[in-house]
Design a protein around this ligand. Structure first.
Ligand SMILES: *Cc1c(COP(=O)(O)O)cnc(C)c1O
Length: 453
């Protein structure tokens, strides 16, 4: 037990030169806390393993403890998976202008709720609303925290203690715990389920309307397709029928696209403009899926309904913050000015010419002197275009233990997230931002250099 006595006291350690530097960097209170924690660990090491820790070992432990406590857990990563809207990797990367707009608003004060013309209180709701209305030709708009809260808010404000018609083929789970039926239940609305898993007919809607529901909800299936013996009426038919009974139709588009996805060789993703043209009363969709902006839930449509939603107390609880509003407005401007394909990273990735992808993989291969170029598939993800793929070229590496290579790639800074295909580790250039290319090459050389040389 003598060895325990050789441990210096907290006060003694506080006089150490290196520790004094830690105090300057991390503050006295946190450093003292780290010293206590490190000494505690060392005491138990002595007891259990009967070792004599050196003084420098103690100082290292303190430094490591401080690093553990202060290193951010949320960090940028390099997405080499080829999944453009990867929910686990933060969905849409934002455009330069959107980032700039967020930065400007974050750095100081803003007119978030201040009317500059009149010099009195204004509303945060005006900021993205005008652009949204112009862009989609709709009467009114409201931006909330995310699309899940948009759905919850719409149902709570318009259908609490009332019934909502929904087809069984649309009672889906989107992922990350978002289940359309659960959210509907949370709002206090009663579900009026119609049709079967694969088929719903206009007559099913007609019958349900006899129950005098508050709304008819249409939800995008997002992450799966149903095929075979299936049928669903056209949105326009549902709207005409519901309107003949004076009942509004709400369309949860999930991703919602403002551009034609066919243009990029993909299937048709339902567009916000199409839902409005079909006569839908309210459309809601995410800000950070195919729109390519910050996390947000966007509600657009009839003024009378949007106004009712805005007044509901829950609207305050799920409101969008100033950073999201700034980023969203800047993202929407790209669409308004017809430059979304060039400026919004999500669309730049989707529209990336295959020749350019091949060229990028070739330069990597030349630079590394290893790896094989194989044709592959990128996907869009983010609850849009299920089953659709974008042809790509991948750099493929054959290694003994691909799982352990993936793990090592995740441990470099910034971490590289890749995938395995046919036992090879593969890298898809489509989702690697140009600004990250040097970091990507450095990380890859660090991890794979030792395997392949
Ligand atoms: C993704 C999705 C949601 C949830 O949107 P968040 O922005 O992630 O909250 C809701 N409905 C549908 C149909 C979706 O695809």
């Amino acid at each position: 037990m003598n060895k325990l006595r050789t441990i210096p006291s907290v006060d003694q350690i506080l006089q150490d030169k290196a520790v004094k530097r830690m105090i300057t960097q991390y503050g006295r209170s946190l450093t003292t806390e780290a010293i206590r924690t490190a000494l505690e660990k060392i005491r138990s090491e002595i007891k259990s393993q009967n070792i004599s820790p050196s003084y420098s070992h103690i100082i290292d432990q303190i430094k490591n403890q401080l690093l553990t406590w202060t290193t951010p857990t949320l960090v940028p990563v390099i997405n080499a998976t080829g999944v453009v809207l990867h929910t686990n990797l933060g969905r849409a990367p934002m455009s330069k202008n959107s980032i700039k707009a967020i930065q400007e608003v974050a750095m100081g004060y803003s007119n978030l709720e201040f009317n500059l013309e009149k010099g009195n209180r204004g509303s945060r709701l005006v900021h993205a609303e005008a652009i949204l209305c112009r862009l989609t030709n709709s009467q009114a708009a409201l931006v909330v925290n995310n699309n899940a809260s948009a759905v919850l808010l719409i149902l709570t404000a318009l259908a609490r203690r009332k019934s909502v018609v929904i087809a069984r083929s649309q009672l889906v789970e989107i992922g990350g715990g978002f289940r359309v039926p659960d959210v509907m239940q949370q709002s206090g609305a009663h579900l009026l389920e119609i049709g079967t898993t694969n088929r719903v007919h206009l007559s099913d809607y007609e019958q349900a309307l006899h129950e005098k529901p508050a709304i008819v909800l249409h939800a995008h299936r997002s992450n799966f397709t149903i095929s075979g013996f299936t049928s669903e009426p056209e949105l326009k038919e549902i709207v005409e029928l519901a309107h003949s009974e004076g009942i509004p139709v709400v369309d949860d588009l999930g991703s919602g696209s403002l551009l034609h996805t066919e243009k990029f060789g993909l299937a048709h993703e339902p567009m916000v403009q199409e839902s409005l043209q079909a006569g839908v009363d309210l459309v809601c969709f995410s800000g950070d899926k195919l729109l390519g902006g910050p996390q947000a839930g966007i509600i657009i449509g009839k003024k009378e309904l949007v106004d009712r939603i805005k007044k509901h107390p829950l609207a305050r609880a799920v409101r969008a913050d100033k950073l999201a509003l700034a980023g969203l407005s800047a993202t929407l401007l790209h669409y308004l000015m017809g430059e979304a394909e060039l400026e919004v990273p999500v669309w730049r990735m989707i529209s990336m010419p295959i020749s350019q992808i091949k060229k990028r993989v070739k330069t990597w291969q030349m630079d590394f002197g290893w790896g094989e170029i194989i044709p592959g598939k990128s996907t869009v993800g983010g609850g849009s275009l299920p089953g659709e793929i974008l042809p790509s070229y991948l750099l493929a590496i054959s290694v003994k233990n691909p799982q352990s290579v993936l793990k090592q790639l995740r441990s470099v800074t910034p971490p590289i997230i890749a995938r395995i295909e046919d036992d090879k580790v593969v890298f898809d250039p489509r989702t690697i931002l140009i600004d990250q290319e040097e970091d990507f090459k450095r990380g890859l050389k660090k991890v794979l250099g030792s395997y392949l040389n």
